[in-house]
Design a protein around this ligand. Structure first.
Ligand code: 4NP
Length: 579
């Protein structure tokens, strides 16, 4: 393939729209999509079948409430620095949007019950809880310093979760009662992990591991009692380890999307509803229909319409793929391999039909670190596979989706056991006949792992691409806002003495293969400044590297152009040094 053909393939992949279901507002399915080139709100009218762009100027996050025609959304005001303002818009009228009366800030979750909006906002020295009415009048309810995220409001109860005790490995719910203006911390059992509360009429649905394997529970705020709502039998039968989302259908009935080895299964009450194979983030109910956004590693996101009665589903919004891309995925497999300490590490691998075996492989390292590579559409992986690279994506210790014991294994040890898991995934891939040459690629925490892998295990790799990585924990901590400072403290379990040993900048002289650095200029999670110092060091040490600073871009990409600016230099670099 010549250069212009390669550019054509990358462009055709980047142009594939993403669709993420937000919810239902007055006979409209509300979506987040970059169909216009920039992430915005779209509405699909269920009565007429029309679809139209609702917002303009870019949207980060959004929330609907079934009973309301309004949609609440956040818009970045700072060229990607994640200082956002919330807006209210009527789903029927793209010109009706107006902002809440607030300063731009990092927003950690939005709640909306049809009459009030609540959100967590990060200010200079505090992490605060806010309330607004539908005129946009905002009041501050509570200010703290601990890591919290808001998920729900219903009438007088505002709820979310956070690391609210002095234990990095536990998570507690918070409930702010507007009747007595008290911020209450709730946990069913000290040191357990409790997340994503959804409030309905005084009842709080949440996920928890307090009684063993993760399940769903309802805490009754008025009677101070707790009920398990998903049986252990169902959890075992469907091998559910986690949940992507869940909610109330009415005051007595719930739905949930259970996660099992990177794929989701939809349940209404205890009834399993068939869905397309892959990963769905969210579901919304409308009459006897469920709407769902779902994708897989080899299929881009589509919106599905499921009939609850018949259990059948149709594609509501399709997403065809270029033939060159659909033919690239010769095999997608979920596996487990043994790491250095005999722990089983789950991974997905994708065999490219455009590369021989053994051939050139890429170890794709996800970010988070509390995130995963599920069987879900991924633009970078699709690009690598389409351009003739086999890919393995390890869900190293600390990843979500495989139980809380596995998820907390990186706390107090980032860049330790998790890094070894990544090295062992590469060895497994080689041993099983996939790789002759291998590169490591990652973004954010994955970019951090890439820097550390290339410097601490220099003999394992032929090249590496680090996007939005971390090279110096101490400087990154100093440059972070209150929320990311508390995030880093949780990750290191307050052991800042570990910072130097886990910072790639101190191991730069060991870099043994060509490195491609890609970093957003305005990144507010993984700041650029330490990367520039790292580049200075590489220059002094006469190492082979290239660096691409993405102008006016933040950590979370807003446009197709931003995405192209990550994938294009990565591919051109990898082809140059490996092929
Ligand atoms: P992510 O970003 O991998 O995209 O979730 C991160 C940003 C900062 C840190 C970790 C991950 N940090 O620890 O500072």
């Amino acid at each position: 393939m010549n250069l212009s053909e390669k550019i054509g393939v990358i462009e055709s992949i980047v142009k594939i729209p993403s669709y993420l279901l937000v919810g239902i507002a007055k006979d409209r399915v509300v979506l987040l999509s970059d169909l216009s080139g920039e992430m915005n709100l779209w509405a699909y009218n269920l009565l007429s079948g029309d679809m139209y762009m609702l917002s303009s100027g870019g949207v980060v996050d959004a929330k609907t409430c079934f009973i309301s025609p309004h949609v609440i959304y956040s818009q970045d005001m700072s060229k990607g620095r994640e200082l956002s303002i919330l807006y209210i818009i009527n789903v029927s009228d793209p010109d009706s949007s107006f902002p809440l009366d607030m300063n731009p800030m990092r927003i950690m979750g939005i709640g909306f019950d049809g009459t009030h909006i609540s959100f967590v906002g990060v200010e200079d020295t505090s992490i605060s809880l806010f309330l607004s009415d539908l005129e946009g009048n905002v009041e501050k309810l509570f200010s703290g310093e601990k890591f919290i995220e808001l998920t729900s409001i219903d009438s007088h109860l505002v709820s979310g979760y956070g690391v609210l005790r002095d234990n990095s490995r536990s998570m507690e719910l918070f409930i702010y009662d507007l009747n007595d203006n008290e911020f209450k911390v709730y946990t069913p059992l000290e040191d357990s992990i409790n997340e994503y509360p959804e409030v309905k009429s005084g009842k709080i649905l949440f996920s928890s591991n307090w009684a063993g394997a993760k399940s769903l529970f309802v805490y009754n705020y008025n009677t101070n009692s707790i009920d398990k709502v998903v049986s252990s039998q169902l959890i075992n039968e469907y091998e559910i380890n986690d949940f992507t989302s869940f909610g109330w259908i009415d005051e007595n009935n719930i739905w949930f999307l259970g996660k099992s080895n990177g794929e989701t299964k939809l349940f209404v009450g205890t009834k399993h509803i068939p869905t397309p194979r892959g990963y769905a983030e969210y579901a919304a109910f409308y009459g006897d229909h469920i709407y769902l956004s779902s994708s897989s590693l080899s299929n881009p996101p589509k919106i599905y319409d499921i009939n609850i009665e018949s259990g059948r589903y149709n594609v509501l919004i399709d997403n065809p793929m270029p033939e060159k891309v659909s033919k690239a995925f010769s095999k997608v497999e979920f596996i487990r391999y043994k790491s250095f300490d005999c722990i089983d590490i789950p991974a997905y691998y994708i065999e490219s039909s455009y590369e021989s075996k053994p051939g050139i492989s890429i170890i794709y390292v996800h970010g988070g670190p509390w995130w995963e590579v599920p069987n879900k559409w991924n633009y970078s992986i699709a690009s690598f596979v389409s351009l003739g690279y086999h890919v393995i994506a390890p869900n190293y210790r600390g990843s979500t989706g495989y139980g809380e014991d596995f998820r907390v294994m990186d706390i107090g040890d980032p860049g330790g056991g998790d890094l070894k898991d990544i090295v062992y995934s590469e060895r497994w891939f080689s041993k099983n006949g996939f790789s002759s040459k291998k590169a490591i690629f990652g973004y954010s925490y994955g970019g951090y792992m890439t820097y550390l892998a290339l410097t601490k295990y220099p003999d394992e790799w032929d090249a590496g691409v680090a996007g939005a990585g971390i090279v110096d924990w101490e400087e990154s901590y100093k440059l972070s806002d209150k929320l990311f400072q508390s995030f880093i403290q949780i990750l290191f379990d307050d052991n800042n003495k570990l910072f130097p040993d886990r910072s790639p900048i101190y191991f730069a002289e060991k870099l043994g293969s060509p490195l491609c650095i890609i970093h957003p200029q305005n990144d507010s999670r993984t700041p650029l400044k330490p990367i520039l110092r790292f580049i200075g060091k590489l220059l002094e040490l006469n190492k082979s590297f290239e660096a691409h600073i993405l102008p006016d871009v933040g950590h979370v990409f807003k446009t197709k152009e931003d995405l192209f600016k990550l994938i294009y230099p990565a591919i051109i670099f990898l082809d140059r040094v490996l092929k």
